[in-house]
Ligand binder design. Structure first.
Ligand code: ZN
Ligand code: ZN
Length: 351
């Protein structure tokens, strides 16, 4: 089959790789019909994660079940599914508590994540490819209703649950002011999911005008990074936002999120950090009585409710799709996404 192979920084190529095959009874094989390129894939692209070349990228996929192992109970050949970016068993202590990101059986394994974060299951082939082997398939695949098309369903594999997780962690209450740092695809999904909790105002922060424009179309107040802190103070009688959500994954965005929240407020970080640590303003956080929540989203646990919200029209991720390209042009997709050319937002690949 063909897959998008990482060769090194700024070098991904679509080439022939081994066909995936079932390895354990709880595996399924999924023929991919749509895949996403994620902001976190750009960390590989930049060489920011210590990884080895040669693996297939991608952790956002939708497809059709082609084969299931003897131990798969709830899936059958021909079923349309979204594959959660995160592999989880659905049965361990953590999965039963709704925390599949801490799954004891999978070791928080993510598709297409090379070596360093490969988890207990070792390297898992990525989904920017024609097919993928899905371990622990019963809880990692989610059958899709007909009303959700492939393009929208890709958002369920990672970024919509990630954004929802961020909004949930923010403990947004009706009437709150929420500030979201970063208006890439995850940040804009955070705008959409924050709205589910009834805030009075959502302030979306970025430095790129077309991204702010899209944030405004989704109902947020778009503000440039340079003036964000002042605007947030001005709109909250000098207090700061009740909740800030960091959706970039770097130190400056997280610091800005911490410095823009009110005393007693909550900072929710969902951007995938390439750096293992950063200078945390603990003295400031202590004096301001802040809560910081950060984490890999519990994707598998959130997919059913978000699927229902897309199906009923409450959530609509389609406006975020800027490019749908054939899989063979994945390298070009990465280049466009990385360079923020062509008003790029979400790039989808079609095998
Ligand atoms: Zn992702
Ligand atoms: Zn588990």
């Amino acid at each position: 089959m063909k897959g998008t192979v990482f060769h090194g920084p700024h070098d991904v190529r679509v080439e022939r790789v081994d066909d995936p095959a079932l390895q354990t009874p709880t595996d399924a094989l999924v023929r991919i019909t749509r895949a996403g390129i994620c902001g976190s894939d750009l960390h590989f692209y930049h060489g920011a994660f210590p990884i080895e070349p040669g693996f297939v990228l991608g952790h956002e996929g939708v497809g059709v079940i082609e084969e299931v192992g003897a131990g798969v109970e709830h899936l059958k050949k021909g079923q349309r599914v979204v594959v959660s970016g995160l592999v989880a068993c659905g049965r361990c202590f953590f999965c039963r508590r709704g925390q599949p990101s801490q799954c004891a059986e999978s070791g928080s394994a993510v598709f297409g994540y090379g070596s360093s974060s490969a988890g207990k299951l070792g390297w898992l082939g990525g989904e920017q490819s024609e097919a993928v082997r899905v371990p622990m398939a019963d809880y990692t695949c989610y059958p899709l209703p007909d009303a959700i098309d492939d393009d929208s369903a890709v958002f369920l594999a990672d970024i919509l649950p990630t954004a929802f997780f961020g909004a949930t962690n923010g403990n947004i209450r009706p009437g709150d002011t929420v500030a979201i740092f970063g208006c890439g695809p995850v940040g804009l999904c955070a705008v959409m999911t924050a709205k589910l909790f009834g805030p009075a105002e959502i302030i979306a922060v970025d430095s790129i005008p077309y991204r702010l424009e899209l944030a405004s179309k989704l109902g947020a107040i778009g503000v440039d990074t340079e003036t964000a802190n002042q605007t947030i103070l001005d709109r909250t009688e000098g207090r700061g936002a009740d909740v800030t959500i960091e959706a970039v994954g770097n130190e400056s965005a997280l610091t800005a999120a911490i410095m823009s929240v009110r005393g007693g407020g909550t900072v929710s970080a969902i951007g995938a950090f390439a750096a293992p640590s950063f200078n945390f303003p603990i003295g400031y956080a202590f004096m301001r009585d802040l809560t910081l929540k950060a984490g890999l989203a519990n994707i598998n646990a959130h997919i059913p409710q978000l699927s229902r919200l897309i199906e009923k029209g409450t959530l609509n991720p389609r406006p975020l799709i800027s490019h749908i390209m054939p899989l063979s042009e994945a390298a070009k997709g990465y280049e466009i996404f990385n360079a923020r050319k062509d008003n790029v937002m979400k790039v989808l690949l079609k095998p």
